[in-house]
Design a binder for this molecule. Structure first.
Ligand SMILES: [Zn+2]
Length: 419
């Protein structure tokens, strides 16, 4: 090993620290820190300039102590300087005819990711401009907005002991879950056709649970005065739990037309009490209220959301023009989130304004009607997703490879799981 002293450095030269004398001379760094050349003959030319290092006062003392303790013991290799940064190469994007039919979207011609991406590629692709990037971010960022609103509510309301707030708690949880699940589904949907289906099963499940969250909060805060304690009010949440089963099963099972119907139906059911209140207002039997204004905006955006999802506008009119920016699914995400924002404001306004009336008329929320309904919804929906995913799960390429490997080592014929 050549003892070429390549580290005469730490030449701080900062007047307040070392005065006119550089650190190297003041502390003798050269005696304890030496660069070991990367290979024979590579010595000095690998590093011919001084290294400037800025240390905080405490670090300086620590380093000095370490230096004194281990005189000459610390040797650094010259090639440690060439940091190896991970190579973030952009994925090559594909056109519609280069991907299997299941990955194609109407009116979107280019910008498709490799349909056999790894999980890491999928994750990295969210930072590259593809036809899914805006879909991912238009639901990922709102997740943080809703989490922030939820956090603020946690510090102002007493969710633990005030049973009147439980429906809002369930609702807030679910409006954080659905955009997050959706952004994950969009991120990881290009690993294989099977994983795409499984990703979207979770997306449908989360949406359907969101409709249950709407029903739980509407049943407790939005129900018209005249309907409180009616048959519909008493059966409203149990029916909504049933709707989630119907909605998730149908959307996992079916074509796009039926899927749209599967989401419109629970939404219409949830909104019946609200429609009735708005109708009463149109007949003049209500005063202006902040809640109803927000509910009206929510309905407007909900209608737009549905229209965009079903119509595939604008990309249907100009295929290829909106591949990256402005296609219907991105607009659908934005409208859904803005609609949810107004819905949340409406629910909270009703909750605050109608508290005294609702509590005196015996409509206090129960644990069973809130947390119980949520637990039942989550359990049943996960069950349905598992049921639909199981046959696909065995076809996942990663798993299939592993099963084959395991089967080979155990002498088992893996044939039943292959197509
Ligand atoms: Zn989406």
């Amino acid at each position: 090993m050549t003892d070429t002293p390549m580290f005469p450095v730490w030449r701080g030269g900062v007047a307040s620290w070392g005065g006119a004398v550089g650190w190297s001379q003041a502390w003798g760094w050269g005696r304890c820190l030496r660069w070991e050349p990367a290979g024979p003959g590579e010595g000095a030319q690998a590093l011919d300039g001084p290294i400037w290092c800025v240390l905080c006062r405490e670090c300086r003392v620590r380093l000095q102590e370490a230096c004194q303790r281990g005189q000459g013991a610390l040797r650094l290799r010259a090639d440690m300087l060439s940091l190896k940064l991970p190579q973030l190469e952009a994925q090559a994007l594909l056109d519609t005819h280069q991907v299997p039919k299941v990955f194609r979207e109407d009116g979107i011609i280019s910008g498709y990711r490799d349909p056999q991406s790894s999980a890491k590629d999928c994750l990295l692709s969210s930072f590259q401009l593809t036809n899914e990037t805006i879909n991912i971010w238009t639901h990922f960022l709102p997740t943080w907005y809703f989490l922030w609103r939820f956090g603020v509510l946690c510090s102002t309301l007493n969710f633990l002991s005030d049973s009147y707030t439980w429906p809002l708690l369930v609702y807030m949880l679910l409006i954080c879950v659905y955009p997050f699940t959706s952004s994950c589904a969009h991120t990881f949907s290009t690993m294989s056709p099977e994983s795409r289906h499984i990703c979207y099963f979770f997306d449908y499940g989360a949406l359907s649970l969101y409709s249950l969250g709407c029903a739980i909060s509407y049943g407790s805060y939005v129900m018209p005065d005249g309907w409180v304690n009616s048959w519909l009010h008493q059966h409203y949440v149990p029916i909504a739990v049933g709707n989630t089963i119907f909605c998730t099963s149908l959307s996992c099972y079916s074509s796009k037309v039926l899927r749209t119907g599967a989401f419109v139906f629970p939404f219409l059911f949830d909104t019946v009490p609200l429609f009735y209140r708005l109708l009463l207002c149109c007949w003049g039997s209500c005063g202006p209220s902040e809640a109803l204004v927000n509910h009206s905006y929510h309905l407007l955006f909900a209608f737009l959301t549905c229209f965009l999802f079903a119509s595939h506008l604008p990309e249907r009119l100009a295929p290829g023009r909106f591949d990256y920016f402005g296609h219907s699914h991105q607009l659908f995400h934005v409208c859904a989130v803005v609609g949810t924002h107004f819905q949340m404001e409406g629910v909270m306004a009703d909750m605050a304004a109608r508290r005294a009336w609702l509590v005196t008329h015996g409509a206090a929320p129960s644990l069973l009607g809130t947390a119980g309904a949520l637990a039942a919804g989550v359990f049943l929906n996960l069950g349905i997703i598992a049921l639909f995913s199981a046959p696909l799960f065995w076809k996942l390429p990663q798993l299939r490879g592993r099963c084959r490997g395991a089967a080979a080592t155990h002498g088992v014929n893996p044939a039943p799981h292959t197509e």
